[in-house]
Design a protein around this ligand. Structure first.
Ligand SMILES: [Zn+2]
Length: 661
């Protein structure tokens, strides 16, 4: 039965024999399919399936023993039904079975091998240092490395805007692009120079490949710049040498040497002050000895001096190893480069393994002087190292980082606008949620920590907050204590206290905490501070929904106070008088008479409410009936009136609860 094959189907099936036609239509397929088998030289059978002549979903099933071959076919059909029609890919039963045999969940780990080289002759003694003592030289590569990784690269005005922001943050070295590579980048470079937009203490940096016309154009782009870093690079890793450039080590060295010489020549011909930087690109995939050799060739040509230092940049173009291995590579380079004292060792970590910050910190411990990175870690693939994190890591240990990140929300806004990227909610220091505490115990600890700080001062060590959120432009009420069903009395009390000046007694705070939690839980959402306050006012303050004091006068008697009142219960007014040792107590007695309910006052506190110019008093009363406690609050310009209102509120909460039951 000849099914005619075309295009991709024909190529994929190759020289297969038809084993059977499948008549039943698998789910998702419109037509019957044909399955082909190919027996490979390894003795494994591979099944491939063609759906409706042209569309191919392939599968490789295998089994060494012929008797089990039909089983393999059955497996193939089963897997195909469940997966393949959706995935249109190859599913390797052989590896799946092998992986299963070895207890593995991922099939292909045999495919991978370490791609890095551990340098010889390193001491790793920097590992004994526990902290970085001074900030590195910071170089922003947002406008080059960061920009080239954007879905939509920045336009000229966005670049100018971003450049200004970077200058404002305190960057003194800013890589602005690859002016010889694109018209936009050339124009950007020229605009900065011609419109005199580069502050005197800021040095721009440009990237160039090691080719004469590119180097020539790069220097042309820099004409008139007061000071600029010319950054020459070529790829040196094993993978790049073998696969991309197909050149020997000698030829790769030759590329660097030619570029270094050309840079030197063009510098002599061009007016201005130019600093040289060289990167053995893909350094982390390069044999350390070869990396040192190629850098030394470049250093020997450039002949750095104390006045004319050379930057040697050691990029983690792709990260392959744990951070301490990169540290060892940096140590090796520091020990084996010529003229080390006149070099600036620069680090440029990418984040493939999520270790860009750790790589940077290890690299600095191991001898690095400079960091190339971006804001929020924007950059190719998983990005470059996030300079904000690095800087604030230093800051959180009492070191001035030399960059101004005191208004992260504003920086985030500019960044998101010009790059079209989004700062992840849990991005260290800058994410929306990184200071937020939802859980009750965390909130409680933070609230107590803040109180402790208020009283005792000293170094910052508030639980759960590695730095003071206010130092980076965040606000406690909005950013720290967030209220949802996980929250507890501490956080909720903290919000009422710091924002609305209500200092609830601890037991009442607990009761109100449960009240808020159940509302948040029920509505399944976070509550804003204002909502928390509104609920407090609605449910606890000056309540008069069932029991209401229509009128009250108090007369002093020999034994205390007599309350002469008109109270109403559910709208029915009742005149009643009762005595007590004070006004609150007398009202308490009057209420008991009217309601005929026994309850006791357990707690009463009050304080002045600070927030308003007209002074108000807030009172809190806790009453107990049997094993249940009820809380109420009262606000009034008169202290006694506020306490009576608090009592009436508590009684109303009790009556409300009785009605519900
Ligand atoms: Zn990079």
């Amino acid at each position: 039965m000849g099914t005619k094959l075309h295009g991709a189907a024909k190529r994929a099936v190759g020289r297969c024999e038809t084993v059977r036609k499948v008549k039943d239509t698998p789910p998702g397929a419109a037509d019957p399919t044909t399955v082909y088998r190919q027996v490979g030289s390894d003795g494994f059978s591979r099944y491939r399936e063609v759906v409706f002549c042209t569309a191919l979903s392939g599968c490789v099933a295998s089994n060494k023993s012929g008797t089990a071959e039909s089983n393999a076919f059955v497996s193939f059909m089963q897997i195909k039904r469940s997966v393949l029609l959706r995935r249109r890919g190859f599913f390797v039963l052989k590896s799946a079975a092998a992986a299963k045999e070895k207890g593995r969940l991922m099939k292909n780990c045999e495919k991978y091998k370490k791609q890095y080289f551990v340098p010889e002759g390193v001491s790793m003694d920097w590992m004994f240092k526990d902290a970085i003592e001074k900030p590195p030289i910071w170089c922003s590569v947002d406008l080059r490395d960061g920009n080239q990784a954007l879905v939509t690269p920045m336009d000229l005005s966005e670049k100018l805007n971003f450049f200004k922001t970077l200058c404002k943050l305190g960057f003194k070295e800013i890589e602005i692009g690859f002016p010889a590579a694109s018209e936009t980048e050339y124009t950007f470079c020229r605009t900065l120079i011609e419109q005199d937009l580069i502050p005197d203490d800021v040095t721009i940096q440009v990237l160039t490949q090691s080719r004469e016309h590119i180097i020539a154009k790069t220097f042309e782009a820099l004409k008139g710049a007061k000071r600029a870093i010319v950054h020459l690079y070529n790829s040196t890793s094993v993978a790049q040498r073998e696969q991309v450039f197909r050149r020997s080590k000698e030829e790769i060295v030759e590329i660097a040497v030619t570029g270094a010489k050309l840079c030197r020549e063009y510098r002599e011909k061009t007016e201005g002050c130019f600093v040289f930087e060289y990167s053995p690109e893909s350094f982390t995939g390069t044999e350390p000895a070869f990396a040192a050799e190629i850098c030394n060739k470049v250093i020997d040509i450039w002949q750095p001096t104390p006045e004319d230092k050379v930057i040697i940049n050691l990029p983690v173009t792709v990260s392959h190893s744990m951070p301490h291995v990169y540290g060892a590579q940096v140590e090796y380079m520091c020990k084996n480069l010529h003229n080390r004292e006149n070099l600036i060792i620069s680090l440029h970590p990418h984040n493939d393994r999520g270790c860009a910050v750790a790589d940077s910190e290890m690299g600095l411990l191991a001898g690095g002087d400079r960091i190339e990175g971006t804001l929020f870690g924007n950059g190719e693939r998983t990005g470059n190292v996030d300079i904000i994190t690095l800087a604030l890591n230093l800051y959180s240990q009492g070191i001035e980082p030399g960059l101004d990140f005191s208004d992260l929300p504003a920086i985030t806004e500019v960044y998101e606008k010009v790059t079209g990227m989004h700062v992840y909610e849990r991005q260290p220091y800058s994410g929306k949620l990184v200071f937020a505490a939802f859980s009750g115990s965390h909130q409680d600890a933070i609230a107590k920590g803040m109180k402790w700080r208020e009283e005792k001062g000293g170094v910052w060590n508030v639980p759960y907050l590695p730095i003071d959120p206010e130092d980076v432009g965040r606000v406690y009420e909005a950013d720290v204590i967030r209220i949802n069903s996980q929250s507890g009395k501490g956080g909720i009390g903290y919000i009422l206290e710091t924002r609305y000046h209500h200092v609830l007694p601890p037991k009442m705070r607990e009761a109100f905490g449960y009240h808020i939690k159940s509302i948040s839980d029920h509505e399944h959402r976070e509550l804003q501070p204002q909502e928390v306050y509104d609920i407090f006012v609605r449910d606890f303050v000056n309540r008069a929904d069932v029991l209401k004091v229509e009128k009250a006068t108090y007369v002093e008697t020999d034994t205390g106070v007599m309350a002469i009142t008109r109270l109403s219960v559910d709208g029915k007014a009742i005149e009643v008088s009762a005595s007590g040792n004070g006004r609150l107590d007398a009202m308490h007695a009057a209420i008991r008479k009217v309601l005929g309910v026994e309850y006791t006052i357990e707690q009463y506190t009050q304080h002045a409410l600070e927030e308003k110019s007209t002074s108000q008093a807030a009172a809190y009363v806790g009453i107990r009936k049997g094993n249940q406690a009820f809380w109420g609050a009262g606000i009034d310009s008169d202290i006694i009136a506020s306490s009576v209102r608090a009592l009436v509120s508590a009684v109303n909460r009790m009556l409300g609860a009785q009605k519900e039951n």
